[in-house]
Write a protein that binds this ligand. Structure first.
Ligand code: ARG
Length: 575
């Protein structure tokens, strides 16, 4: 069975049409006054000059709702309030219980979607901006795959361009094995900064670096080999971070900037043939309409620089063409910080001008804000250096271990370590994902690890509590075939309705990619469960109430686990 909003809509659509003489979206939504409400009669009456309450009653008259609703009322100026009957709630719960997907259907139109995310830069420490992109992109991948789409992960790492001249020379200075060592243990910043210092202070080094860039770009074999060492060691290090974070990125998902090298000339040629190129101070540029700098001068995407090299902009043009024409993606997601939003808009516009990006294909910037320290500025260490991701995550796990030990001293050592990892990493991810991604947020260990409030531990704990109810009951989860629950209490009804909102919510965020709404839903569900559990004892109840409540418990646990899983967060059975 479909979700409730949809079921009610299906019944209201023909009724509205018969009254209005044309199709109308009944806009069914959750309501504070009843279970659901439809406000469409108001707008309809406004359009025709009729009386909205009149409209509403004619719609209700015409609608077939008896088998779904126990009450249908017109209220206020013309709202239609709908109360779902307990029998229907019970039947839907049974449907959910019997289905591994909790009765959430796959997306209707399945497509190929590329997700560009994480994208750190080789031989440079990943910063917290890459952390956000990695965490948010991972949720996009999990959700869209779960909805049935074909998802192609694209880790567009920065590993080409002028800095690699200086980095390769520095590698030669300290020796290949020392360089490999520094990079593989994650001292990427140390390595990068040492190279930078020499580049700034030493003219001869600077000169070597420049020549090295030329060698690299002309495909000199020794240089390419040295460059490859830098890239490979960096990738190894990034993989350890991904492992720690438990995200789905693999070695096969690296499609760095250099992957597009042999497509750059043809991008230049094609844009030239289309008449989209103009020369500006020696460089070949495209000037998409509507972008100017502060002085009002048109802004370019530089396709080929004056020195003949290709840069970030050219690579992004090759990338978007590749994703559309070779990967046949129809939805292209770019999970990148907000400061790059203009650059990406320009890339999309050029792709449209070049006729690569045409509907139904579309490109979307899944932008995100920054992570701030408690001083309200970009998160940095006390010494003012950029924070190392691994340190940040390790600290979260260490602190989680302390919290867990206090909360549950009986846990054996191995379980505690595993739980601390799930809770610590989960807390970092949840803190990120529960805020609107377009906003900045303050990184705060105490808050994210608190068992009260909208946090991972709170939601994880609600589920672990349910697992413990089942352990004490001696009943195995999941309850796939436990009969049709009989809802009688307000606490049961409220929880049932919240459970049923899951499918609709997932459909919505598949479109909007507003993942904080999923986190907030899980928090609401967990709170709802707490209320339910206070008023409706489970193990002390008699059948059939006991059975009904066990089904509600089981479905709550499964929904929390699935929802957290889509957020890339683990659900420990005890904590
Ligand atoms: N490496 C870039 C950075 O660190 C992010 C790349 C984003 N993806 C893209 N296709 N431009 O800022």
């Amino acid at each position: 069975m479909a979700n409730l909003e949809e079921l009610l809509s299906q019944r209201l659509v023909p009724a509205f049409e018969s009254v209005a003489g044309r199709p109308v979206d009944p806009v069914v939504r959750r309501s504070q006054h009843a279970h659901f409400q439809s406000d469409a009669a108001l707008a309809l009456a406004r359009g025709t000059g009729g009386n909205p309450r009149d409209f509403a009653s004619r719609v209700v008259e015409a609608a077939q709702l008896d088998d779904l609703c126990s009450a249908v009322e017109i209220s206020g100026p013309g709202f239609i309030n709908l109360t779902i009957s307990d029998e229907v709630l019970g039947r839907l719960l049974a449907d959910m219980a019997g289905d591994e997907r909790l009765a959430v259907p796959q997306a209707k139109d399945l497509e190929t979607i590329t997700v560009d995310y994480s994208a750190p830069n080789a031989a440079k420490e990943m910063h917290v901006g890459h952390l956000r992109s990695t965490i948010i992109g991972d949720v996009a991948v999990r959700l869209l795959e779960w909805q049935g789409h074909t998802v192609i992960r694209q880790n567009h790492i920065g590993e080409w361009g002028t800095p690699f001249g200086m980095l390769v020379e520095h590698l030669l200075d300290i020796g290949e094995s020392e360089a490999a060592h520094e990079l593989s243990v994650g001292d990427l910043n140390g390595f990068y900064q040492a190279a930078r210092r020499k580049f700034d202070a030493d003219e001869r080094f600077k000169d070597r670096a420049r020549k090295r860039v030329v060698l690299l770009q002309s495909g000199d074999e020794t240089t390419l080999h040295l460059w490859q060492t830098l890239v490979d060691e960096s990738k190894k290090y990034f993989m350890t971070v991904y492992g720690l974070l438990n995200v789905r990125l693999t070695e096969q998902d690296f499609f760095g900037e250099s992957y597009y090298n042999n497509q750059l000339q043809s991008v230049l040629d094609e844009l030239g043939e289309l008449g989209l190129l103009s020369e500006s101070v020696g460089a070949q540029c495209v000037f998409p309409d509507g972008y100017t700098n502060r002085a009002g001068d048109p802004l370019p995407i530089i396709v080929r620089k004056g020195d003949g090299g290709f840069g970030y902009g050219a690579t992004d043009l090759a990338t978007i063409r590749h994703r559309l024409q070779n990967l046949h993606a129809t939805r292209l997601l770019y999970v990148v910080g907000l400061p790059q939003s203009q650059h990406l808009d320009m890339v999309y516009d050029v792709a449209r001008d070049a006729n690569w990006l045409n509907p139904p294909a579309r490109a979307e910037h899944v932008g995100h804000g920054s992570i701030l320290g408690d001083d309200g500025k970009m998160l940095r260490t006390r010494a003012g250096a950029s924070v190392k991701l691994v340190d940040l995550l390790d600290e979260a796990v260490t602190r989680a271990a302390a919290v867990i030990t206090e909360k549950n001293p009986q846990l054996d050592e191995a379980t505690r370590a595993a739980v601390a990892r799930s809770v610590g990493i989960g807390a970092v991810k949840y803190a990120d994902l529960s805020t609107d991604r377009l906003k900045d947020y303050v990184f705060d260990y105490d808050r994210m690890l608190s068992f009260d409030g909208n946090t991972a531990p709170y939601v994880q704990y609600a589920r672990a509590r349910i697992c413990s109810i089942f352990r004490r009951a001696g009943v195995k989860q999941p309850l796939r075939d436990a009969g049709t629950p009989a809802i009688t209490e307000p606490g049961e009804r409220a929880l049932a309705l919240e459970l049923m909102a899951f499918g609709n919510l997932l459909a919505e965020i598949t479109e909007t990619l507003e993942f904080h709404k999923l986190a907030n839903y899980l928090y609401r569900l967990a709170s709802n469960f707490t209320n339910f559990y206070e008023k409706c004892p489970v193990l002390r109840a008699e059948d059939p109430a006991k059975q009904t409540r066990l089904v509600l418990c089981d479905l709550t646990a499964r929904t929390l686990e699935l929802g957290l899983g889509l957020l890339g967060i683990e659900s420990p059975d005890q904590m």
